[in-house]
Ligand binder design. Structure first.
Ligand code: MG
Ligand code: ZN
Length: 218
C-alpha cells in the first residue's frame, strides 16, 4: 500500500504550474484563471469581454466542467479557439490538465489564454494552473457573505468581479460589505461591478485586462 500526502501532490502541482507559466510567458501568452461558483456568470462574462477585446487580443479558452460542453459551445460560437476538459467528477482543474489541453492550440495564433475553472469556491483555491492572473467572480444572487465564508479563493485572486449587479434592487446584497471584505483579504486586488448581459461595467474590466496582457500593446 502506498500513502501519498495531499501536501506532496499539491507541491507537484505547483511545480507543473510554474512550468506552464514559464512556457506561456516565453510564448507571449498571458494566462488568466477564472474561478467562481456554478452559475455565477463566468461564461457570460467571457462572452461580453471577448466582444470588447475583439481586434486587440487573440484569445483562446480552456473550459473546465464535470460533464458536457455547453460552455465550450458558447465560446466556439464566438469564433474563439476552445478546448473543453471534462473532469468526470473532479471539482477543479490542475496544472497537468492545463498543460495537456493547451497543447491543442496553435500558440503562435493566440496571446490570451483564459481558463474557465470548474464552478467551485473551495478547492480551486489550492491549485495554481500556471496563470498570470486569477479573477474570482461573485454574483449578486450568491449573497454578500461569501468572502467571509470562503476566504482562500478571494485571498489569492488579483481581481474580484461582482456580476449580475442589475439584480441589486431585488436582492439583499451589501456591496460595501463585499468590497470591504475584499480590501481586507486582498488589498491589492481590483474590484469590478458588471451586468454582463447589459454590457454594464465591461469596458473598465476589459481595459484593465488589456492593460495587463502584454500583447494587447497598451
Ligand atoms: Mg460557465
Ligand atoms: Zn476540487
Amino acid at each position: 500500500m502506498k500513502i501519498v500526502a495531499a501536501k506532496k501532490l499539491l507541491k507537484a502541482n505547483d511545480q507543473l504550474a510554474e512550468e506552464n507559466r514559464e512556457n506561456f510567458t516565453r510564448a507571449g501568452i498571458f494566462g488568466v484563471n477564472i474561478v467562481g461558483s456554478p452559475g455565477c456568470g463566468k461564461t457570460t462574462l467571457l462572452e461580453a469581454l471577448f466582444g470588447r477585446l475583439k481586434g486587440r487580443v487573440k484569445p483562446a479558452v480552456i473550459e473546465g466542467d464535470i460533464a458536457g460542453s455547453i460552455d465550450a459551445e458558447r465560446i466556439d460560437a464566438l469564433g474563439v479557439p476552445v478546448v473543453q476538459i471534462n473532469t468526470d467528477g473532479a471539482c477543479h482543474l490542475d496544472a497537468n490538465m492545463i498543460a495537456a489541453a493547451a497543447r491543442d492550440f496553435d500558440w503562435e495564433a493566440i496571446d490570451l489564454l483564459v481558463v474557465e475553472n470548474v464552478g467551485n469556491l473551495v478547492c480551486t483555491a489550492g491549485f495554481d494552473l500556471g496563470e498570470h492572473l486569477r479573477i474570482v467572480v461573485l454574483s449578486v444572487p450568491e449573497g454578500d457573505d461569501k468572502l467571509a465564508k470562503y476566504p482562500a479563493i478571494f485571498q489569492g485572486s488579483d481581481a474580484l468581479v461582482i456580476t449580475k449587479t442589475d439584480l441589486l434592487p431585488y436582492i439583499k446584497f451589501d456591496v460595501d460589505r463585499v468590497t470591504g471584505d475584499m480590501a481586507r483579504l486582498a488589498p491589492a486586488a481590483e474590484i469590478f461591478q458588471v451586468a454582463a448581459l447589459q454590457g454594464e461595467g465591461i469596458d473598465s474590466l476589459a481595459q484593465w485586462l488589456a492593460g495587463k496582457c502584454p500583447a494587447a500593446g497598451l
